[in-house]
Design a protein around this ligand. Sequence first.
Ligand code: GLV
Ligand code: GLV
Length: 304
Amino acid sequence: TLPRVYVTRKIPPEGLKILSQSGEVQYELWDSDNPVPRQELLKRVRGVDGLVCVLTEKIDAEVLDAAGPNLKVLSTMSVGFDHLSLDELKKRGIRVGYTPDVLTDAVAELTVALLLTTSRRLVEATHEAKTGGWGTWRTLWLCGYELANSTVGILGLGRIGIAIAERLMPFKVKKFIYTDVAPRPELASQIQAEYVSMEELAKQKLFSQMKNTAIFINTSRGGVVNQEDLYEALSTGQIAAAGLDVTTPEPLPTNHPLFTLKNCVILPHIASASYTTRNAMSALAANNLLAGLRGEPMPKELKL
Ligand code: GLV
Ligand code: GLV
């Protein structure tokens, strides 16, 4: 009999096609756009050989115990893996696939879009135009900040950080600085970025050390920022604006104070949301799963 696989979400069609056409697995799908309820997940994973998940599913000891010893491969349709208990997966010898690279262009584009949106106050501007605020052309009305001659700091210089910097260069950014767990000289040299220590960009100090013309963009995970400090910095003018594609929690409650700020643009975690990219992520997740179940190297495997 074929290996049994549970897919925790209606993933885009390219991935499902690969699973069906392979003839190598028998899969069951949570056939919805919404997350599978936890109790349902715990029930459905029982005895499976493979699991395909997305970032809303917390894959921890409880889920892995519910699945039992047959589970050999976990494939997440995401580049991030903070929803996975890596120690628990490693302990059980479960291999893990993820989806880097295929989403780099989409995430870099969205990040640049969010930076321009906030630096040039586009959301406020369309709101003014639509709601009668556009009385006449005024000299300093809706003025923002230019990327030309700016300094851009990148927290985490990986594939996506580099792709963002490459896209920003034509905007005549003056200088790139970056921080990461360690200097990454080969990558940094591609954009002539200067390394600064993590302490310098430590989260409790970050906003107070930034200039009042600074713009903060987050397209990684909500957890990297203290949202109370961010609210304080934005509401007191310590920094100019923020653009967030990720928050804590997600979704951010609609009555959250950050939503009251004109200088804060919040998106519902859509950085990789292009049709091309989401289908590519789905296909890669399917191919990772199949390779893992065959005992072959996965196209993109997380080293545990
Ligand atoms: C999106 O946030 C991802 O991790 O793919
Ligand atoms: C702007 O439209 C200008 O003419 O300066």
